[in-house]
Design a protein around this ligand. Structure first.
Ligand code: FAD
Ligand code: NAI
Length: 467
């Protein structure tokens, strides 16, 4: 069989690239080693985690309706039912990708893909049989997997990665999360809401490194109010699995400080980052170069050092986010079809789907300071927003950063209910190189949480009205 394009990996990068290329008239095949399409995101990442985040948030909210004048009996957890909701959500999404492949006449090959040579992909099925496919272009979209923690062996039952944490058949009495990143805080939230006592051990002296420090500081206080315990500047050095409960040895991250202590846990979630996945692709043999962090090296058009072999998504540099992978998939398909594909890396939003949510786009204040860029800050708290008061959702604020000289929007950071939806008006504005004045002069419907974005923009450009 001969193709214009073979995509190895069917995650958000791979499946979107395949669909877009097929829409542009290319003959496309996808090789996927998992039994279902959709990659990490649809099978064991974005989608199942959001199903559990939503369900657990509802479970917790139902218990706190008194303040709205609603009396309900204490809710009871049906964990198998909640996990069934998660599985059904995953199934409908992965089935959706299979349907889209059919609709766009994309050939799906289930098996492990390896690159024998430019233009040649070998698919090895589970039974060991192989098929060789020929193609003009190959896209590596093999994603990432969880980074291991030395001395802490994963069994996906008691010591788990995110994959095991989406499958626990019982709420752990005590959960220790290693890493205060996105996975740790999202999945830590799920199990805390369902009844676990959650302690987060983080190597650095802050949570969510890379996000705006003022936002994450306030967010940390909110999480502590919810019951999270944080041990910052701390590392896990060993986990003793011999007893009924796990004994977790933690030490200050900086040597020479106080002595080690032992924490007890029923489950330990290791969430210290993800690493690019290139195993079994045969990259060394074909000479595809990797960078210092074992990511596939690409040029501005996603081509590796070997002509005809391209890469996108988590396996290359940049934020490990589904929408970044998707947009790279579209851009590359356009390039392969002779068009001008492009991704604006300055306007990729990031959302932490906790309660409240944290959402960010563009530069943080720390980044602007480090780059020596003169900027203005506009902030507006949800406590001054009418809709937030009506919904008892006054926690959090919006922070707008704009260029001190040109007023161009440089960054937007929100912690608050619905932040993940609200951030997109800043994304679109940045895409069009808009200013804080543009945002502040745009009419926002009243009463909405989004009015706080307008007010924060007004605060950056001139003065807010409601503060
Ligand atoms: P992947 O989705 O990892 O897909 C790669 C695919 O390639 C896999 O299906 C794999 O089986 C296949 N593969 C690998 N090697 C081969 C081979 N040799 N042959 C054939 N197939 C192969 N991002 C967000 O933006 N929002 C979120 O809410 C979010 N939540 C997440 C929650 C969790 C718990 C996790 C773990 C991740 C989350 N992410 C989220 C990150 C997101 O999942 C990734 O950024 C995204 O999946 C990357 O897409 P990708 O296409 O590069 O790779
Ligand atoms: P992360 O990079 O977000 O966070 C890892 C955290 O672990 C960091 O705070 C880091 O300082 C800490 N850490 C590293 N080594 C440590 C150690 N030895 N001991 C203690 N702490 C340590 O990684 P995470 O949470 O595993 O997520 C992986 C990727 O998945 C992220 O890049 C993220 O973008 C993506 N993801 C995105 C989501 C979203 O967009 N909502 C949700 C979940 C994952």
């Amino acid at each position: 069989m001969s193709y214009d394009l073979i995509v190895i990996g069917s995650g958000p990068g791979g499946y979107v690239c395949a669909i877009k290329a097929a829409q542009l008239g290319l003959k496309v095949a996808v090789v996927e080693k998992r039994a279902t399409y959709g990659g990490t995101c649809l099978n064991i990442g974005c989608i199942p985690s959001k199903a559990l985040l939503h369900a657990s948030e509802m479970f917790e909210e139902v218990g706190h309706l008194d303040a709205l004048g609603i009396k309900v009996a204490k809710p009871k957890l049906d964990l198998p039912g909640m996990l069934a909701h998660k599985s059904a959500t995953v199934k409908s999404n992965v089935d959706g990708v299979a349907y889209l492949f059919k609709k766009n006449k994309i050939d799906g090959h289930i098996g492990t893909g390896s690159i024998a040579a430019p233009g040649k992909v070998v698919v090895t099925k589970e039974d060991g049989s192989t098929t060789t496919l020929e193609t003009k272009a190959i896209v590596i979209a093999t994603g990432s997997d969880s980074a291991p923690l030395p001395g802490v062996p994963i069994d996906e039952k008691r010591i788990v990665t995110s994959t095991g944490a989406l499958e626990l058949d019982k709420v752990p009495a005590k959960l220790i999360v290693v890493g205060a990143g996105v996975i740790g805080l999202e999945l830590g939230s799920v199990w805390r809401r369902l009844g676990a006592e959650v302690t987060v051990v983080e190597f650095l002296d802050r949570i969510l490194p890379g996000m705006d420090g003022e936002v994450t500081k306030q967010f940390q206080r909110m999480l502590e109010k919810q019951g999270f315990t944080f041990k910052l500047g701390t590392k896990v050095t060993a986990v003793d699995t011999s007893g009924k409960t796990l004994k977790v040895t933690v030490e200050p991250a900086k040597a020479g400080e106080a002595a080690a202590e032992t924490l007890e846990a029923d489950v330990v979630l290791v969430a210290i980052g993800r690493r690019p996945f290139t195993e079994g692709l045969g990259l060394e043999a074909v000479g595809v170069a990797l960078d210092e962090r074992k990511r596939v090296k690409v040029d501005g058009h996603y081509q590796t050092n070997v002509p005809g072999i391209y890469a996108i998504g988590d396996v290359i540099a940049g934020p490990m986010l589904a929408h970044k992978a998707e947009d790279e998939g579209v851009a590359l398909a356009e390039i392969l079809a002779g068009q001008a594909g492009h991704v604006n890396y300055d306007a990729i939003p990031g959302v932490v789907y906790t309660s409240p949510e944290v959402a960010t786009v563009g530069k943080t204040e720390e980044e602007l300071k480090a780059a020596g860029i003169a900027y203005k800050v506009g902030k507006f708290p949800f406590s001054a927003n009418g809709r937030a008061r009506a919904m008892l959702a006054t926690d959090g604020f919006v922070k707008i950063l704009s260029d001190a000289t040109t007023d161009r929007l440089l960054g937007a950071h929100i912690v608050g209910k619905g932040a993940g939806e609200m951030i997109h008006e800043a994304v679109v504005l940045m895409e069009f190189a808009g200013s804080a004045e543009d945002l502040g002069r745009s009419t926002h419907a009243h009463p909405t949480m989004s009015e706080s974005i307008k007010e924060a923009a007004l605060a950056a450009w001139s003065k807010p009205i409601h503060m």
